[in-house]
Every structure is written in structure tokens, then in C-alpha cells.
Design a protein around this ligand. Structure first.
Ligand code: A3P
Length: 307
């Protein structure tokens, strides 16, 4: 089956998920040729759930001994350059695999690929996987705003109503979002030492606590001395929305990213929990709440919709 995508003319049902065709091809090549290492760290998410933030934090945590505030790579590179996507969606995927093999260890990558479709080598390597999840109300609004702004050639923009209908049917790149979230959630419950499941809203509430959690999960906890020197706070500040959106690289830089080349500033919009209340009608609230209730009941996972 195929459907219209949000950023691709069509998405195809592949292993129960809606995927653009270049991704299916790349994923099959990865399955054969990509060699994961146990020291790899994979940052995973459903799109528009806080990937950019988690990439920045993970990079800063892993490298906290290597850089000072003055020479930090996050000041001059977008987080998606420092933590590159596994898949390019275009270009030569064999070159991409080669480039990834040259990265210094621990290698940090990002991907939106659903858990069951991760390359076998990643699962077998037992490398660490961090997932960030965001409440579906804000994820929907963030997605709709983003995909309308990037303006993919020859693809008419979606009205909010059209996009919402597709979202509720699970038709969106890497959707259905409920299966995406549940795939990583169930794995984090089964293998907590391999998969860490984070919520965007928890990071908003207490980022310092979550930074500590990530560092411990990755096996690089902060020393008491580092903690008392404010290392955690400075990582949180460097990666904060307020700081990142005003960095020159994120204000004026562009990135060749998955779908096309676009401006880095598009990754930074409002970064609020509960912005959806400005966009949802009562019937939309009812419909999405019902889907969440249906899909997540009994999973042990709940979402925080408001501040
Ligand atoms: P909004 O569209 O609600 O503002 P992704 O990185 O997965 O594409 O998700 C993008 C969302 O994360 C956007 O949400 C964006 O504003 C927000 N975001 C980007 N950088 C952030 C940061 N450093 N801290 C918090 N939120 C951030």
C-alpha cells in the first residue's frame, strides 16, 4: 500500500511503518553493510519530538571533558552535523557508511527508524539507544508547522485538517507514531540497560536531572567535583532552546538534511509544552485523546500535555 506522505510524494508500508522509498532502499543496504560497535550511541525519536535537543545534550555529555565553553563544537555546528543521521535519504549510501566508519569513538548517530526496523547489527552490538518521546498533541502541531515551512517542491502543503486526519490514521513518515513510541517503550522496559526512554516534557521540567540520568546510562557519570563545579548546569544551559536558537550557526546556517537542504533555524520554533491548545478544536482534542487511550492503555506509558 502507498499513501501521500508529508515530506515525500508517497510513503509505503514497510515492515508495518510508513516509509519513503529511498529509505527502504538505504535500510536494506545498511542491513547488509553497516557494522555497529558496542560503544556506539544511537539517538532515536519520532520526528519533531525533541531530537535536536537530545542530540545536543548527548554530544555535550559524552564530550564534557573534551571541550571548554569557549571552543565547544555546538557553538559552530548544528547538532545534526555533530550527531549525523544514519540514513541520508539521498546521495550515495555506500559513501555514507564509509564516512560513518571513520567517525571517532564513541560514535553518535541519530535515526527516526522504528525499533523493529533497526539494522540487525545495531541490535546485536548491544550499543546504547536513547529515545525521546513527546506528547502526540504537541508533536502533531510541531510536525505540521515544520513540514509546511520546509516546502518540498511539487508537494502541496497540507491544511491542518488534512494533516490531522493523516496523523490520526498513522499516515506520516515513520508512523504510525503510536507503534513507533511503543516499540521503543517496550524495549526500554525489557532491556533498560540498552534502551533509555526519555520524555520531552520531563526534560523541560528538570533538565539537570535528565542530563545526569543520560550520563549514568551512557557509563560516563559526572564526578562529585564536576557536579559541584556546575558541569551539569553548564551543559543544560549550552543546549537550552534560548541559547541554541540565538547561536549564529543556528540562525543563519543551513544543513543538507535527509529530505533537502534547509535552514537550521527551522529546528527551533517555540519549544513549549502545551502549545497545541492554541491550535486544537474540541473535536480534535476528543479524537486524539481517544486514539491515545486506545493505543496506550495497559502499556504503562502516559503523556504530559500541559505545563
Ligand atoms: P516546537 O515546534 O513545538 O517548537 P525535532 O528536534 O525532533 O525536530 O523537534 C523539534 C521541536 O523541538 C520543536 O518544537 C523545537 O522548537 C524544539 N526544540 C529544538 N531545540 C530545542 C531545545 N534546545 N530545547 C527544547 N526544545 C527544542
Amino acid at each position: 500500500p502507498k499513501e501521500r506522505g508529508w515530506s515525500f510524494p508517497y510513503v509505503y508500508l514497510f515492515e508495518h511503518f510508513w516509509c519513503p522509498s529511498p529509505l527502504i532502499r538505504e535500510r536494506n543496504i545498511f542491513q547488509k553493510h553497516f557494522q555497529a560497535k558496542q560503544s556506539d550511541v544511537l539517538v532515536t525519536s519520532f520526528p519533531k519530538s525533541g531530537t535536536t535537543w537530545l542530540k545536543a545534550l548527548t554530544f555535550a555529555i559524552v564530550n564534557h571533558k573534551n571541550f571548554s565553553k569557549e571552543n565547544h563544537p555546538l557553538l559552530t555546528s548544528n547538532p545534526h552535523q555533530l550527531v549525523p543521521p544514519l540514513y541520508t535519504f539521498r546521495g550515495n549510501i555506500h559513501d555514507q557508511i564509509l564516512q560513518l566508519s571513520y567517525m571517532p569513538e564513541p560514535r553518535l548517530f541519530g535515526t527516526h527508524i522504528p525499533f523493529p526496523s533497526l539494522p540487525r547489527s545495531i541490535l546485536e552490538s548491544h550499543c546504547r539507544i536513547i529515545y525521546i518521546c513527546r506528547n502526540p498533541f504537541d508533536t502533531f502541531i510541531s510536525s505540521w508547522a515544520f513540514f509546511n515551512k520546509i516546502k518540498v517542491e511539487h508537494l502541496p502543503t497540507l491544511t491542518k485538517e488534512e494533516a490531522f486526519e493523516m496523523f490520526c490514521n498513522g499516515v506520516i513518515e515513520f508512523g504510525p507514531w503510536w507503534s513507533h513510541i511503543l516499540g521503543y517503550w517496550n524495549e526500554s522496559v525489557a532491556r533498560p540497560n540498552t534502551v533509555l526512554f526519555l520524555k520531552y516534557e520531563d526534560l523541560k521540567e528538570d533538565v539537570n536531572f535528565q542530563v545526569k540520568r543520560v550520563a549514568e546510562f551512557l557509563g560516563c557519570p559526572f564526578t562529585e567535583e564536576e557536579e559541584s563545579n556546575g558541569v551539569i548546569e553548564s551543559i543544560a544551559k549550552l543546549c537550552s532552546f534560548e541559547e541554541m536558537k540565538d547561536m549564529e550557526v543556528n540562525k543563519s546556517g543551513t544543513i543538507n538534511f535527509e529530505i533537502k537542504r534547509f535552514e537550521n533555524k527551522l529546528f527551533f520554533r517555540k519549544a513549549e509544552t502545551g502549545d497545541w491548545v492554541n491550535h486544537f478544536s474540541p473535536s480534535m482534542v476528543e479524537k486524539l485523546s481517544k486514539i491515545i487511550e486506545e493505543k496506550f492503555s495497559g502499556s504503562g506509558l502516559s503523556f504530559k500535555m500541559h505545563y
